[in-house]
Design a protein around this ligand. Structure first.
Ligand SMILES: [Zn+2]
Length: 330
């Protein structure tokens, strides 16, 4: 699912939308949609919620965490992250809203009437403010967002580059190997958990040196970590042996002879196995938490004055064409 589908959906719903944000009215409540990633949208419904804790509990029971995660109920809004797997987007979205509105009616929730800036009612406009689409006074919103800050950000996105990313990953591997090597050198033993460090730092170094957060980038980091793991295990064996004041060269030439000793061979083999095991684990962590899930930042308030709309006017038009009969089906 791409951002085009997000925008098509917003257009189909008759919402106003920008690159990664869409907003409109549902059932009398302002709704804000934010595009987080290709399969995660943040949905925020603004309302006057007298018992946010009760609503949170009830929605938590009704909504499956697999499809609606990070549920958060506040006195003025309810939001959650809608996660698509293979479902129909429209059906999932409408299911979420219907569950929320059903609980709204059971808990006496009504649309919000107070302006978030001045706290007074009789709002005359709607505006995206603090990650929600809320009723405001046009004058209050204009006071908070002076015209000088309306313009679009002009900074170009930073250039991403596989070469520097790979360099960062290799540096990460080397730095991550140091504690394990030092431990072997000074004590003659390995702490298996330390094998987790090189892959994690490889992902981190890759990200730090601006490697693109793509599937290819993740595969590169994982492959480098897997290749590095037996080398580190070998390095640890040599570090442990040299700690007995045996010169490195001699230690290396004596390795085949030592490998015939059962106890030594077992130690070497377990280092190799744990090295691989923790490398896979570390790569999964990097895959999921350091480079994933390719999330785009939410839009900031810089150009949100552009989101200001009259509260009791006509349905809000989209910047491009109106939804048509033969538009995409959701
Ligand atoms: Zn106000």
């Amino acid at each position: 699912m791409t951002i085009d589908i997000f925008q098509d959906f917003a257009r189909f719903k008759g919402y106003t939308y920008t690159a990664r944000m869409a907003y409109g009215m549902e059932n009398g409540y302002p709704v804000l949609l934010q595009y987080l990633s290709e399969n995660q949208w943040r949905v925020t419904v603004t309302a006057n919620i007298p018992q946010p804790a009760a609503l949170q509990g009830r929605l938590g029971v009704q909504l499956n965490r697999r499809t609606a995660s990070k549920l958060l109920c506040k006195p003025d809004s309810v939001s959650c992250t809608l996660r698509f797997h293979r479902e129909n987007i429209g059906e999932l979205y409408h299911y979420l809203l219907s569950v929320i509105f059903q609980q709204f009616s059971m808990l006496g929730v009504v649309p919000l009437t107070f302006c978030p800036f001045c706290g007074q009612d009789h709002c005359d406009s709607l505006c995206v403010v603090q990650d929600r689409y809320a009723p405001v006074h046009e004058a209050c919103a204009a006071g908070v967002f002076p015209p000088a800050t309306y313009e679009e950000p002009t900074t170009t996105p930073e250039k991403k580059n596989y070469v520097t990313g790979i360099l960062g990953a290799i540096l990460g591997l080397l730095v991550g190997a140091l504690p394990q090597l030092a431990l072997n050198y000074f004590t003659g033993y390995s702490l298996m958990l330390l094998y987790l460090l090189p892959p994690v730092l490889a992902f981190f170094g890759y990200k730090l040196l601006k490697g693109p957060a793509t599937r290819t980038g993740k595969i590169i980091c994982t492959a480098l970590s897997v290749v590095f793991s037996p080398l580190l295990a070998m390095g640890c064996v040599l570090a442990a042996v040299t700690s007995y004041e045996i010169p490195l060269q001699l230690a290396f030439s004596l390795l085949p002879w030592w490998m015939t000793e059962a106890e030594f061979a077992m130690a070497v083999v377990s280092d190799f196995l744990y090295g691989i095991l923790f490398t896979v684990l570390g790569s999964l962590l990097g895959w999921r938490f350091i480079l994933g899930p390719g999330r785009m930042p939410c839009e900031t308030f810089r150009n949100h004055m552009a989101t200001l709309r009259p509260l009791h006017g006509e349905p809000l038009p989209s910047p491009s064409e109106e939804p048509s009969e033969n538009g995409p089906e959701y």
